[in-house]
Structures are given as structure tokens and as C-alpha cells.
Unconditional design. Structure first.
Length: 304
């Protein structure tokens, strides 16, 4: 579940509307991070990092606004989406920002895209996503569901992070987290589901993004599952405001891909430069942890 421009303090701070998500952090069923998003902090290059684990370039700023769907396609690149599809254990579905459909043509078996450029709309762009959730939580034929909400980003562009609409939008997104989490705990076909809440990037004090300020490069990242409770620590939430927006463990956004690969059991995409997030090492026997740590050190040495 990508919430566009979900800056870390929007989830973790003491003025956040994500009360339910914070309760999951306190219970240990959610593991929170701040995931550094390298510039350019705009959606298309961020999705490239989130899906392939690679670092985008500033040419992607131009491609982000290109009319042709083919200019930015990742159809020929290795990603966790292609790896999950190759497992052939279920369909891939997507609802929200149609950038995903441009980047991954013919990847999703069911999809309903919304355009990201009508920034004055921060209601319909999200209800068009949420309306699909109840039925999809009942369906048993998918193994990947991508939700990408645009409304919070649009509020930021229109009136900044302190907009009177921002808190209510955060509560709306938190209600979606609640809805999905309740399904994970009550539906047997979802009991092994890993749920991620994250931002593709953050925003600055004016509500904009694209640059390298701490607010723009510090989106939230939360791993959520009832099964995490026995492997993670209960943490305090909310936290006091941090000027650098670095809440909890600080990781690279590219680290999400190899971590998903390990947790979900598929090969790491070839162009990935990220490393496994050590917070999840307790899922493996002690003998394998040493091997994983060695590989992490090797990758970090190559990354410099």
C-alpha cells in the first residue's frame, strides 16, 4: 500500500492520524522504518527503486511527464513483480496511480488506474482505489495486490503538509490499514500475507517534492503482519517530532526489494543494489544468519 508523499512523521509523529497503525507498532505486529528515498523524489523513479532495488537517474524526471507509455517501461527489467508472477501462485492486481501500469504493461491481471496529475482532486482518486478492497480481500486468486493512493500528495501540493485536510486524509488511510489488517487476522487465505505501508517519497514544508531535503527523502515504511509479533520488539508510538524525519531504524529504499525476496521466497532481482534489512534476521535459524550477514557486508562493501 503506497501512500504518495507519506512523509515519516505523518505516520510516526504525535500529530499523526495513523492511530491504528501506531497501535500495531506498540503491539509488535508492525515494524516501522524510515526509508531513505534518493533524489529525484518523484513517483516514477521511486517506483523503479521500490520494484527493482536499483537507483534511478534524473532522466526519469523527464520520463515521469512523458506521454508515451513505452518510454518508461520496466517490462524488460527484473523486479519483484516479475519474480512473483513467475512463481505462478496467483494473479497480480493493482489499483491506483497508473504509473504502475505504464512501468509494468501486461503485468497485472486486474487493474484500475488513476491519473496523478489532477492535483486538485484528493477524494475521488482515493475512493476509486478503496472501492475495490472489500471484494479483493474476499478473492483467493491473487498473490500480489498493489494499492497506490494519491490524495495525500495532492493535499500537500495544494495547501502544504499542515493543511486542515491532511489529518483527515491520514485517518482515512489509517482506516484502510485497519480494514486490511482485520482481514489478515480473520480470513484463512490471508493468514500468511505480508502487508507493507509505505511512501514513495515525502514532501517539504511547502508540500512539494523532487529535491533532496530531509522531508522529501524520508518516507515511512511499515512491515505489517500478525506473524511478526513473535519476532519483533514492541516499540513506542507515537514519537516526538524529529527535524531530520529519521524515525526508528533508518534504511535505504532499495533495501526493500532484497528483504521482500528473502521473506517471500523469490530470487533477488538482478539490478538490485539494496541489502537485506537485519531487523528480520530472527526469522532464520542461527546457522543461516551468519551466512546472510556475510552477504550483507559484501553488498555494502560494493555499494561503498
Amino acid at each position: 500500500m503506497v501512500v504518495d508523499a507519506l512523509r515519516s512523521d505523518f505516520v510516526y509523529g504525535n500529530r499523526s492520524g495513523f492511530n491504528f497503525t501506531q497501535s500495531l507498532i506498540r503491539s509488535g505486529t508492525a515494524v516501522p522504518f524510515t526509508a531513505h528515498a534518493s533524489p529525484p523524489t518523484i513517483t516514477m523513479p521511486r517506483i523503479k527503486t521500490l520494484s527493482t532495488g536499483s537507483i534511478p537517474s534524473f532522466i526519469d524526471v523527464i520520463l515521469n511527464f512523458a506521454e508515451s507509455d513505452k518510454t518508461s517501461s520496466l517490462a524488460s527489467q527484473d523486479s519483484w513483480l516479475t519474480q512473483m508472477k513467475a512463481k505462478n501462485t496467483g494473479k497480480s492486481i493493482m489499483f491506483g496511480d497508473d504509473t504502475w501500469l505504464k512501468l509494468f504493461p501486461q503485468t497485472f491481471d486486474r487493474a484500475d488506474g488513476t491519473t496523478s496529475f489532477y492535483v486538485s482532486d484528493f477524494t475521488e482518486v482515493d475512493t476509486n482505489v478503496s472501492r475495490h478492497i472489500p471484494q479483493e480481500l474476499e478473492n483467493k486468486d491473487w498473490n500480489v495486490m498493489v494499492l497506490h493512493y494519491l490524495g495525500l500528495d495532492h493535499i500537500g501540493h495544494k495547501s502544504g503538509p499542515k493543511s486542515p485536510n491532511m489529518f483527515q486524509k491520514q485517518r482515512e488511510m489509517d482506516n484502510v490499514v485497519n480494514q486490511v489488517y482485520m482481514a489478515l487476522t480473520s480470513k484463512s487465505h490471508l493468514e500468511s500475507t505480508l502487508f507493507l505501508l509505505l511512501g514513495d517519497h515525502g514532501m517539504n514544508d511547502a508540500g512539494n517534492h523532487g529535491g533532496s531535503s530531509p522531508g522529501e527523502t524520508s518516507p515511512a515504511l511499515v512491515f505489517i503482519s500478525p506473524k511478526l509479533k513473535s519476532h519483533s520488539r514492541k516499540l513506542q508510538a507515537p514519537l516526538q517530532y524529529q527535524e531530520d524525519f529519521r524515525y526508528y531504524t533508518y534504511v535505504e529504499q532499495s533495501d526493500i526489494v532484497p528483504t521482500l525476496s528473502a521473506l517471500l521466497g523469490f530470487p533477488i532481482p538482478k539490478n538490485n543494489i539494496g541489502t537485506f534489512i537485519p531487523n528480520f534476521l530472527s526469522f532464520w535459524p542461527a546457522g543461516k544468519i551468519k551466512h546472510i550477514l556475510t552477504r550483507i557486508r559484501n553488498v555494502k562493501a560494493c555499494r561503498g
